[in-house]
Design a protein around this ligand. Sequence first.
Ligand code: NAD
Ligand code: TYD
Length: 337
Amino acid sequence: MNDVILVTGGAGFIGSCFIRHILKTEEVSIVNLDALTYAGNPENLKSIEKNPKYTFVHGSIQDAKLVKSICEKYNVNSIINFAAESHVDRSIMNAHPFIETNALGTLVLLETVNELKLKLMLHVSTDEVYGTLGKSGKFTEITPIAPNSPYSASKASSDLLVNAFVNTFGTPALITRCSNNYGPYQFPEKLIPLMILNALEDKPLPVYGDGLNVRDWIHVQDHCEAIWTVYKNGEQGQVYNIGGNCELTNVDVVKTILDHLNKPDSLINFIKDRPGHDRRYAMDIEKISYELDWEPRYNFELGIEETIKWYIDNPNWCNNVRTGAYRDYYKKQYGEI
Ligand code: NAD
Ligand code: TYD
């Protein structure tokens, strides 16, 4: 029998990429449970919404009754948990929704896996749980968890719950931790889409601090393929790091975008640093490469060129997500429109 997977948070950036990709390539059915917060966008799934192997349910992973009834109704046998509040800057403004969804929501999913004896839960997490690196070294799966932002603390909480359920109840679960994603359909509050859209409109590009913080960039398609690899072949109870082998400073990322758009570096506007801003992230991906034979395929130059083209070619998507609520957030964060 083919798997019926409950994908949570599938209307967001990464979850929607995963659903579009998996429905094209695999014989599985997907039920997507998404609360449609400001970051969840049904337009991301337009291309597959009529696929008979796809069902959408509007609701929260914190709603235990709903999660259980969906699993029973659709004969779900596994869960892939993308649902989250995902933006560090918003977690600095208000941490509550982060703990509610990321920690308590994950707890609901784990309890459902136990109660219904589901086959597997893959929990999608982040490199940010490891904290920050100095100039050298990389995060491995045994690097101690040391989160610095309310966002990463909430993700670390969820990872610790997964680990506790594996050890206490034998819950069949595993964790992936990935570095910074980029690609089409990313909500323009994150670095890359924000900078592309501002540059297209000749607006200042707000870079925090000295702009020398380093992130390890991975194309969202590579991340989704890695998740599928871990879902199929990963060992229960394990953690798998996923990364792009692509460390860049923020200023280099922004300059690359400006170069592609033929815009001047003078658009860069260095602003007050983010509080608790992690200096450097870098993932050691030897475990997933060696044990599961996965490597990222995208090269950043090509990936960023395609991504910029996608934002240029999809002005309606961009305009629709930049609603009044987005403009309010932008004003609060950057003090201007
Ligand atoms: P996103 O913010 O674009 O999407 C999150 C989705 O979750 C949205 O569709 C939202 O409506 C939904 N959601 C929020 N609260 C919910 C709730 N209570 N119940 C059901 N749905 C809810 O985030 P993303 O960038 O697609 O990230 C997906 C996952 O990947 C997150 O768990 C995030 O921590 C993790 N991750 C993201 C990155 C990155 O660079 N974006 C890197 C590593 C890991
Ligand atoms: P972001 O996309 O928010 O991801 P994360 O904080 O999860 O790594 O930010 C990526 C990097 O870009 C991070 O070092 C913060 C920086 N940044 C800016 O300099 N300016 C901005 O306006 C944003 C949103 C991020």
